[in-house]
Design a protein around this ligand. Sequence first.
Ligand SMILES: [Mg+2]
Length: 268
Amino acid sequence: MVLTVLKCKGHRCSVIFCPVCVKAGISGQCINRLFVFCQSIWSHDTVVHMSDRGTIYIDFDDVLCETALELAQIVEQEFGRRVAFEDIQAFDLEKSFDLNREQWEHMMELAHRPEVLAHLAPIKGAAEVLRTWNAAGYNLDVVTGRPSASHEASGEWLARYGIPFDSLTFVDKYARTHVVREGKDVLTLDELASRDYVLAVDDAPRMLTYLSETMCVPLLVFDRPWNAGWKPDATVTAPVHRCRSWEQIACNAAPVLDAWEKQEGCHV
Ligand SMILES: [Mg+2]
């Protein structure tokens, strides 16, 4: 079932609209309120089906869309410096693009303008795989480190490319508090860790470490030049797979989701 996420209002939740009654419920940690709210118009089976399925974490930039390519274009236009995609070897973009702090802040300000976000190219195959997971009943949480001010533009981009999602969560992933948090609607990493995910897809080395070591989530690493040197710690027990495409993500996700569905307590 696809719910429509329009925009964030208050707390750390998204306002989502029931497709039947067109009234708003609250996602995120308050998701059960939606089920209660809509039980009068959804069948009991539907409500149980949705609440028993797990949630899949999907990163946004360079997992759903080609953000680094756009950043490279901005750097070339603004600073006359051409950096090939395969040479973006560090997730620290000051380092990869050889920028000083002032230049980096200028690039990030441009990169998060609505017209620039709208221009990002979708990554081949992502929408199809997410539709499959959505049809199977999994809740899809797109989890991003973008500034929360980009909420509307980000939601519009997902809708434009037909990418299903149940919630759009903003997290201060990279301790960019002064850039990202703006005092509203952004989770800390500790708050993110209180959520349960069946599976996670991400590309940023710091988040790959956090998801696999702190949150113990089965992890699919979207293969990118800046995470080529990343490996899970020897203590990590959850599955970790490196994937070069969304086709490989779908293949590697299948056994993880199968194992999840066989767990006691999952009544799907
Ligand atoms: Mg990313």
